[in-house]
Design a protein around this ligand. Structure first.
Ligand code: NAD
Ligand code: ZN
Ligand code: ZN
Length: 397
């Protein structure tokens, strides 16, 4: 089959690789019909390189048609249309019983000290020395298929459902964790796919939403939905003050950080990222895990913007272990901080009723680009550089 394969920093290629096969009774194989490229994939494209191996297949936002099921998968049949959550969870361990599917105790990557396995996402969330083969490919082996796959109806185009694998539950959890009071306000930092969708969800819930980014098309997409936006380019030094002026001097009740570790303004992060690129893998891994990489510029903005006693919800992914946090300010402002990978299946029942022909969240038009697997390497580059209006790319294998 054809698949998108990681070869090195900023080097992904469409290669011929062996077809996947059923390995466990709880596996299924799907033929992928659509597969998202995520902001999280951009971390692998560059910064997280030390945790990737040449040959790893990328992608964690697939949907498709069931081709084959193992003996232990009673709930799926060949031909079913399914969306695959980005994490692999068993659905019946202690953590899954708490709906903490990203902490699944059956798939937790104990040898690396990390949570549940993720598709196409480094050995930290992988299987031994390799990542779990991902879904930017013609076919995908789905472990724990007795629980993960979300069956969706025939009829509407893939765009209607594909975001159930990541963008929708991640945005939904970001908003839930932000815990905005009735009629309250939330700032969304970063208007990539995740922040854009989080802004839509919070707006749909009736909250006042202020979106912040620095890419004109991204600001425009969100503004077009009647949401207030601020261009960070105009407020590099006074974003907190500006938002306080807009909110009776207090700041918003909550802030969602949908930026993550590659924030604009993280000069030291750039340096650390470049340095890791020059080191041999083992040394680079250590630097990435332990160095204070100062990748926190979006978090610092969030801490400044949130009102006293408010909540910060982090959905952006962070890396380093030694990043300094302003504990005095966090404590003094009495800030609540919640974060983590989205527990996908937890939110499916709440989201599904919004995926109707009325399309209140605008999922049908959400993808800005659709490309083939052969075109995907070019799309990674455009998406990383945020060129030509690349906001959300779907790959059609
Ligand atoms: N928690 C989860 O389960 C989960 C799931 C998916 C993605 N993510 C993470 O969410 C983050 C966003 O994902 P995405 O797909 O939207 O990625 P993206 O890279 O397309 O979006 C990030 C946006 O932040 C903007 N930005 C950069 N610096 C900023 C700053 N200082 N202030 C405001 N905006 C700034 C960029 O211009 C960009 O539009 C990434 O870190 C990704 O890894 C987390
Ligand atoms: Zn994703
Ligand atoms: Zn589990």
């Amino acid at each position: 089959m054809k698949a998108l394969v990681w070869h090195g920093k900023r080097d992904v290629r469409c290669d011929e690789v062996p077809d996947p096969a059923i390995q466990e009774p709880t596996d299924a194989i799907i033929r992928v019909t659509s597969s998202g490229i995520c902001g999280s994939d951009l971390h692998l494209y560059e910064v997280m390189g030390p945790f990737m191996n040449e040959g790893d297949i990328l992608g964690h936002e697939p949907m498709g048609i069931v081709e084959e099921v193992g003996d232990g998968v009673g709930n799926l049949a060949v031909g079913d249309r399914v969306v695959i959550p980005f994490q692999i969870a068993c659905g019946d361990c202690w953590m899954c019983d708490q709906s903490l599917f990203t902490q699944c105790e059956t798939t937790q990557v104990r040898d690396q000290g990390y949570g549940a396995q993720l598709f196409g996402y480094t050995k930290l969330y992988g299987d031994g020395e390799n990542s779990i083969p991902g879904g930017q490919a013609e076919f995908l082996r789905v472990p724990q298929a007795q629980f993960g796959p979300i069956k969706v109806p025939e009829g509407p185009p893939d765009d209607r459902f594909v975001f159930l694998s990541d963008v929708l539950p991640t945005a939904w959890q970001a908003v839930e964790y932000a815990d905005v009071p009735e009629g309250g306000s939330v700032t969304v930092l970063g208007l990539g796919p995740i922040g854009d969708m989080a802004a839509r969800v919070a707006h749909h819930n009736g909250s006042r939403v202020i979106g912040v980014d620095l890419v004109p098309e991204r600001l425009a997409r969100v503004a077009a939905r009647g949401i207030e936006v601020i261009d960070l380019n105009d407020h590099e030094d006074d974003l907190g003050d500006t938002i306080r002026e807009m909110t009776d001097g207090r700041g918003t009740d909550a802030v969602i950080d949908a930026v993550g570790m590659e924030a604009h303004g993280s000069a030291t992060a750039k340096f650390a990222q470049q340095a890791t690129g020059l080191l041999p893998d083992a040394a680079a891994e250590k630097l990435m895990k332990t160095a204070g990489v100062d990748s926190l510029s979006a978090v610092y903005l969030a801490i400044d913007i949130v009102r006293r006693g408010g909540t910060i919800s982090l959905s952006g992914v962070y890396g380093g272990m030694a990043d300094p946090m302003p504990m005095m300010t966090l404590f003094d402002k009495q800030i609540q901080l919640r974060m983590g990978q989205a527990n996908v299946r937890r939110w499916t029942p709440a989201i599904m009723p919004l995926l109707t022909d009325d399309d209140p969240l605008g999922v049908d038009e959400f993808a800005s680009h659709r490309v083939s697997l052969d075109e995907a390497p070019g799309a990674y580059e455009k998406f990383q550089k945020k060129e030509d209006g690349f906001v959300k790319v779907l790959v059609s294998p």
